[in-house]
Design a binder for this molecule. Structure first.
Ligand code: ADP
Length: 653
């Protein structure tokens, strides 16, 4: 077998597809992307050497279609298929189907996936290999009464887990016996809905739990190593939010014991490729060699693999390709070194203040602080849509520095420079986490986020008036600029004295009330006009303003407010004052007047024509309004800037 496969079909999307393609291209491997209709214009499709459609947006009709993916693989002559994470990555049938089609599956043998696929069987298997597992009941019996008895003998609190579980679904913590049966019912319902399998197991709920996992790597020649641990204890609803390597408080003895256990678990299933063995540790007195227990093994590349890459200097995707092509791991355990500290934060399009609901839509701006020890893994660009069909992750921000404190400083800095406009994000939460004092002291466990939601700023905050004001000023300025552009366009936009950009001006300094909509709330602001333009008292000077069609997105400190003019006709200036004047663009003679006081005019309607230098210039209404004055007569000479017609906004107060 050659050293590397000549081509790869990437059976995934988004950031992980981009991540795989990047390494493949560096290694000279031809890349083949497959995509759904929703992703036809996605970054990974653009990056790949070729791309093929799978089907409509829903994953079941595209990214989960084994038959379609293999059709493309065969038609394109793909040497291997990389499944990424999620989707088909842990489906033994997919690995088998690839093998049958004579295409290398970049992952472990189907049997290893299957052996680790069900939590109860996996536990029994690794326990036989001498790996510590969480005390509990992992048996076949599913009778509620029996399970309750088992829970009683394990001792409360206990955790009910779906046997087929994943992503924290079908999991319930139970504090006391009286709550057990209700919780069991809930876990079963969820497990049935998510996995079509109601079976559960019961285990001891570990107090002060820390999630510490070991990256393992095995080749097909019986060689298994670990690449150190990652701490993924900052979670919300059992989903990882921030991960780091090494784990704070990890002693060499614990690392040694955990590494050995992970390698044993991998060996027990004949593992090949990249895998992660997840442990739960009791972190009450630091991480101790006798206080961690196997939870499960993920038989694929993990979302948080970049922190391991950062500290080891290895490219795990490259190793996956080499091992999949039959190569040997190019190092021994003792050659693997860790350098410094790495942290990854998952930047999500979600609204923490609204129960972390995904927040989809157009990314009007996306500026991620890359470089200087900051790596960005992302699958989207400014202008892309965050689709409701898939995981709403925008990017992974990965930092590497000499020690943990410096890495967290770097993360905080990178997050403060991050600009995402459009969907709401968790960027402010991530930054507060990076700065949280207790987390900095490594005094944390998997309940940290949930316990500190308020201090972490996860609450619906009242509208910030200074941000709304800044948005309003921007919208008024924009309206003025558009109006000026429209005016000069009508007049031929000729350079020199003929170019008049303020054919419709406010008379002197003035102020008026302006209705704006801010995050759906209607507010009235006072706008002052003078020679310097519009002003609103208290407007923030240090926010970022991003145009989003009729709205402006006002960003500061990870917060975003959408500001729009309440009435779209407010974009025209005459409603910014009680009265507006249409002025002569140049010295000339009035050759026609089309309106009289009292007339109601439409936007763009002709008002008068002024002739100068043998050219006619038509003055039009910049907005709908009522003519309140006609200051000239046909045949009269007018000076540049002289008032020709005065209008009043139709719906003015
Ligand atoms: P899933 O496969 O659904 O992600 P896991 O078994 O990996 O479920 O557990 C997910 C998370 O739940 C862990 O990272 C940990 O935070 C928590 N957890 C799991 N088992 C226990 C336990 N016995 N005690 C305390 N917390 C646990």
């Amino acid at each position: 077998m050659a050293d590397l496969p000549p081509s790869v079909l990437v059976a995934n999307r988004g950031e992980i597809a981009c991540r795989i393609i990047r390494t493949a291209q560096r290694l000279g491997i031809r890349t083949i992307a497959v995509h759904s209709d929703a992703d036809a214009g996605a970054l990974f499709v653009e990056m790949a050497d070729e791309a093929h459609r799978l089907g409509p947006a829903p994953a079941a009709e595209s990214y989960l279609r084994i038959d379609r993916i293999l059709e493309v693989a065969e038609a394109t002559g793909a040497a291997c298929v990389h499944p990424g994470y999620g989707f088909l990555s842990e489906r033994a049938e997919f690995a088998e189907a690839c093998a049958e089609a004579g295409i290398i599956f970049v992952g472990p043998p189907a049997a290893a996936i299957r052996a680790m696929g069900l939590k109860d069987a996996a536990k029994a298997l690794v326990a036989r290999a001498g790996v510590p597992v969480v005390p509990g009941y992992h048996g076949a019996e599913q009778d509620p009464e029996v399970l309750r008895q088992e829970a009683n003998s394990v001792g409360y609190p206990v955790l009910i887990k779906a046997v087929a579980g994943g992503g924290g679904k079908g999991m319930r913590r139970v504090e006391r016996e009286a709550e057990f049966l209700d919780a069991l019912q809930g876990a079963r319902r969820e497990a049935t809905a998510a996995f079509g399998d109601p079976r559960v197991l019961v285990e001891k709920y570990v107090l002060s739990p820390r999630h510490v996992e070991m990256q393992v790597f095995a080749d097909a020649h019986g060689h298994v190593v670990h690449l150190f641990e990652r701490d993924c204890s900052l979670q919300r609803r059992h989903q990882k939010v921030i991960e780091e390597a090494p784990a704070p408080g990890m002693s060499p003895e614990t690392r040694e014991a955990m590494g050995r256990a992970a390698i044993e678990a991998a060996r027990a299933v004949g593992y090949v490729g990249a895998g992660t063995v997840e442990f739960i540790a009791d972190g009450r007195d630091g991480l101790r060699p006798d206080r961690f227990w196997f939870m499960e093994m993920n038989t694929r590349l993990q979302v948080e693999h970049p922190v391991t890459e950062a500290i080891t200097g290895l490219d795990l995707v490259e190793l996956q390709f080499r091992v999949a092509a039959g190569g040997r791991l190019p190092f021994l355990q003792e050659d693997v070194r860790a350098d410094g500290h790495a942290v990854e934060a998952r930047l999500y399009a979600e609204d923490p203040a609204a129960g972390f609901l995904p927040s989809t839509g157009r990314l009007w701006a996306l500026d991620l602080a890359e470089g200087n020890g900051v790596r960005i893994d992302s699958g989207v660009r400014a202008g892309d849509d965050v689709s409701p069909y898939y995981d709403p992750m925008i990017a992974k921000v990965i930092v590497h520095a000499g020690d943990r404190g410096a890495a967290l400083d770097r993360l905080s800095q990178a997050l403060s420079e991050t600009v995402v406009a459009g969907p709401r994000t968790n960027v402010a939460l991530l930054r507060r986490l990076a700065d949280a004092e207790a987390f900095r002291r490594a005094d944390f466990d998997t309940g940290f986020i949930e316990r500190n939601l308020e201090q972490l700023g996860v609450a619906a905050a009242p509208l910030d008036a200074s941000m709304v004001a800044a948005g309003a000023v921007h919208l008024v300025r924009r309206a003025q600029a558009r109006l000026a552009a429209a005016t000069s366009l009508r007049q031929g936009a000729r350079p020199g004295p003929w170019r008049v950009t303020d054919g419709f001006q406010l008379v002197g300094a003035s102020s008026r009330g302006l209705l704006v909509t801010a995050d759906g709330e209607t507010l009235e602001l006072r706008v002052e006009f003078d020679a310097k333009g519009p002003r609103v008292a208290g407007a923030s000077e240090d926010c970022t303003l991003v145009e989003a069609e009729e709205e402006v997105l006002v960003l500061r400190d990870g917060r975003q407010i959408r500001v729009a003019l309440h009435d779209p006709f407010d974009v025209d200036l005459e409603r910014l004052d009680q009265e507006g004047a249409v002025k002569a663009p140049m010295h000339g003679r009035v050759v026609a007047v089309f309106v009289e006081p009292g007339d109601l005019v439409e936007k763009g309607q002709r008002l008068a024509v002024v002739e100068a230098m043998k050219m006619e210039h038509t003055l039009v209404a910049p907005a709908p309004g009522e003519v309140i004055e006609v200051a000239v007569e046909v045949g009269a000479q007018v000076a540049e800037g002289a008032r020709v017609v005065a209008l009043k906004g139709v719906s003015d107060e």
